[in-house]
Write a protein that binds this ligand. Structure first.
Ligand SMILES: [Cu+2]
Length: 225
């Protein structure tokens, strides 16, 4: 029995040492924070993303990105996706819709389609995709095509966490627990807010928290060319 305990303790100790020395394994941390805004009903639907981050190769074949159409509304209003992802556009409404985008990076027109029908589009270029409907001028939403998986959208209270494990779970993306330690540029995007950026340092082991105060204005592009 005693021998068994010593074995167990040694194994736990070895695993712990290994965890400390494998680069990027479970150590380092998250970027968390909160956004405050003036002139918006809620600080929700604001994209917070890293302009440059280590590339993580994950299997996107099981992801299920959906831009729904219900009650003359696109759902969700803001959908961030990694570049190369495919999005399903089901018409779950009682009327026809015609989804299109005039955005330079991802131009398309799905044509008019009926309730119960669905179409898909693959997004191969990073950037902002403004979605519209040819039949309903009030319908508008954004698909934000991102270069890496380190991003989050603020909740109703303006809070966010990068990497966003809730997002990964929702869209069936293999979970990324933490960011490797290092210096990162964090940026925001919202259709009605001035883009802001901050430099943050993720320590070797632990999280870093940032606060934003955003104001109304014209946003910038996601990535400079
Ligand atoms: Cu429509």
């Amino acid at each position: 029995m005693k021998k068994y305990n010593i074995y167990l303790i040694s194994i736990i100790f070895a695993a712990f040492v290994l965890l400390l020395y494998i680069p990027g394994a479970a150590v380092a941390g998250k970027i968390t924070g909160a956004v405050k805004v003036k002139g918006l009903r809620a600080p929700a639907d604001i994209l917070v993303y890293l302009t440059k981050a280590p590339s993580v190769s994950v299997d996107l074949s099981k992801t299920k990105f959906v831009m729904d159409q219900q009650n003359l509304t696109f759902l969700p209003h803001v959908l961030p996706i990694p570049v190369g992802a495919t999005v399903l556009f089901p018409n779950n409404d009682k009327v026809d819709h015609n989804v299109f985008s005039l955005s330079r990076s991802n131009k398309f027109n799905l044509g008019s389609y009926k309730p119960g029908e669905r179409k898909t589009i693959r997004f191969d270029k990073p950037g902002i995709v403004e979605l519209r409907c040819d039949l309903h001028a009030e319908m508008i939403a954004y698909i934000l095509v991102l270069q890496n998986l380190y991003f989050a959208v603020t909740d109703a209270k303006g809070q966010f966490e990068i990497p966003d494990t809730e997002y990964s779970a929702k869209y069936c993306i293999p979970k990324i627990e933490n960011l490797p330690s290092g210096k990162y540029t964090v940026k925001t995007w919202h259709e009605k807010l001035k883009t802001e950026k901050q430099e943050v340092v993720v320590p070797d082991n632990g999280d870093v928290s940032i606060q934003w105060n955003l104001t109304r204005g014209t946003p910038g592009v996601l990535y400079k060319r």
